[in-house]
Design a protein around this ligand. Structure first.
Ligand code: NAD
Ligand code: 6OD
Length: 503
């Protein structure tokens, strides 16, 4: 059975045990793609192939959607909320039990530091299930007592029902975290899912299939189809008429394409898209904490964080010391060893590195002063095939420069001075995106005033990426549609029916 699941025994890559074959998971079974096609799974830290991903065909996607539809009316659809919640909590427990396997898979796919994966990605994979199990267990419903002309009255109350088959399309930067952030609430609300993980990072979605098996999840509730986006598994899924709702995290341009597909059949969408997030540092900020926080926001995960800071506005009186200290923080980061606490990982692919390096060149052409970085770092020859890149800081850029307006998704930022609070707010809001902002100040009134003035979905004050999963998460402007998190997720993952009973 174990052999059927994984096709082949495990392989060692960078000392980690990972599967050589990454399979689709359809209707409770691990499968090759029906056309037999595979593509390479690459370790970004070495540039080497570590496995083969079995690509799903249109027919495979069709079977996955069919299995998900059948599961809605099978044992899963018949479960009480309490039974469903028990199974979902068991998924969380099993992810924790297999944390080392998930860690190995995530590090192999992304090259990210082990301490990032073990503190952020993998624990969130478990808590995304546990938290939404709690949310649906304590779900309130609304009731209204309604007067009627005959004086007898009526009772209005609401019930929440699953939306049906939910397509979950995910990116590569936090593969398990972002996928389970959607799968957790979808299943907690009684839906079934077909997941299309990023072609760059398919491992943890496949591994979650083993978890589903282990906890006895009914077949068809959780399905995974591997492949690419346009004219491939991604589009086959999002354009499939059997899909009732699509939840997507990725680039704004991809969101536009998926929105067109979702229009056919008027399917519901929830989008978490790109960002070009500002940090505003006032002269009264605690400088140590601001430098540490902004450096994390700019360089964590090699800048491949939708919430990451790529625009930094600093009050003029502290501009120079701030830039010098941020540069020192960037220079302290070291590529090469996933176990090093100061390790900065590679970018996800050579294609992405070329895109980011293109922006590095463009910044100079647009008039930037290069403070640090700007190229490819020296690494141990054994790791030289990895997609390494230097953390980079620019000053002197005009605010309308492309590198200050377009999402780069790399470890880089432009720093611009400001002279007044109004100017800082205007600069921060001058973007078509609106995912998040961070503000650094010790003036409480200013913190509240400026936070409320930001045109974003999430504003952090004196912190960054501090998450409480009960809160609304999502973007304004071109950064997304809808909010997920806590009870907000119910708006997307359930259909609310009002029942009016004449007394
Ligand atoms: P991407 O949009 O290229 O791909 C995301 C997923 O969509 C992949 O699984 C891909 O195969 C699939 N896809 C691509 N084209 C498709 C199509 N036409 N139809 C259906 N599926 C398609 O994004 P990425 O490069 O994987 O991730 C980086 C982007 O994601 C950045 O823009 C980042 O800001 C964004 N992101 C946003 C958030 C957020 O919460 N707002 C979180 C993480 C990443
Ligand atoms: O924390 C989350 O729920 C979330 N969606 C994080 C997104 C990170 C983007 O890279």
């Amino acid at each position: 059975m174990e052999q059927a699941r994984r096709l082949e025994a495990t392989d060692a890559a960078g000392g980690l045990e990972i599967a050589r074959h990454i399979l689709n998971y359809i209707d409770g079974r691990f499968e090759k793609g029906s056309a037999g096609a595979t593509f390479a799974n690459i370790d970004p830290a070495s540039g080497l192939e570590t496995g083969r991903v079995h690509e799903a065909t249109r027919a495979d996607v069709d079977r996955a959607v069919g299995a998900a539809r059948r599961a809605l009316t099978g044992p899963w659809g018949k479960m009480t909320t309490a039974e469903r919640v028990r199974l979902i909590a068991a998924v969380a427990d099993e992810i924790e039990r297999r944390a080392e396997d998930f860690l190995a898979a995530e590090v192999a796919d992304t090259g990210k530091p082990r301490h990032v994966a073990s503190h952020i990605d993998i624990p969130r994979g478990a808590s995304n299930f546990r938290m939404f199990a709690d949310v649906v267990s304590t779900l309130p419903t609304e009731t209204f007592s309604t007067p009627t002309p005959d004086g007898a009255g009526a009772l209005n109350y609401s019930v929440r029902k699953p939306k049906g088959v939910v397509a979950v399309v995910c990116p590569w930067n936090f593969p398990l975290l972002l996928m389970t952030w959607k799968v957790g609430p979808a299943l907690a609300c009684g839906n079934t899912v077909v997941v299309k993980p990023s072609e760059e990072t398919p491992r943890t979605a496949a591994l979650l299939g083993e978890v589903m098996d282990a906890v006895g999840m009914p077949a068809g509730v959780y399905n995974v189809v591997h492949g690419f986006g346009p004219d491939a598994a991604g589009e086959f899924l999002t354009s499939h008429p059997g899909v009732d709702a699509i939840t997507f995290t990725g680039e704004t341009g991809t969101g536009e394409a998926i929105m067109k597909q979702a229009a056919v059949g008027v399917r519901d969408i929830s989008f978490e898209l790109g960002g070009k997030n500002p940090a505003v540092i006032f002269a009264d900020a605690d400088l140590d904490k601001a430098v540490e926080g902004v450096s994390r926001a700019a360089f964590l995960n090699t800048g491949q964080v939708c919430l990451g800071t790529e625009r930094i506005y600093v009050e003029r009186s502290i501009f120079e010391p701030f830039v010098a200290r941020l540069a020192a923080a960037a220079q302290a980061l070291r590529p090469g060893d996933v176990n090093d606490p100061q390790y900065v990982g590679p970018l996800i692919s050579e294609e992405h590195r070329q895109k980011v390096l293109g922006y590095y060149e463009r910044a100079l052409a647009e008039g930037a002063t290069l403070i640090t970085g700007g190229g490819i770092p020296q690494v141990d020859p054994a790791a030289s095939g990895g997609f390494w890149i230097e953390p980079t800081i620019w000053t002197g850029l005009p605010h309308d420069a492309a590198v200050m307006r377009e999402e780069i998704f790399g470890p880089c930022c432009g720093v611009i001075p400001f002279d007044s609070e109004d100017e800082a707010v205007a600069l921060a809001n001058d973007t078509s995106y609106g995912l998040c902002a961070t503000i650094w100040t010790q003036n409480l009134s200013r913190a509240h005033r400026v936070a409320a003035a930001m045109s974003v979905g999430i504003c952090w004050v004196n912190c960054w990426f501090l998450r409480d999963l009960r809160t609304a998460f999502g973007g304004a402007g071109q950064s997304g549609i809808g909010r997920e998190g806590g009870q907000h997720s119910l708006e997307f993952y359930t259909e609310l029916e009002n029942i009016c009973v004449k007394v």
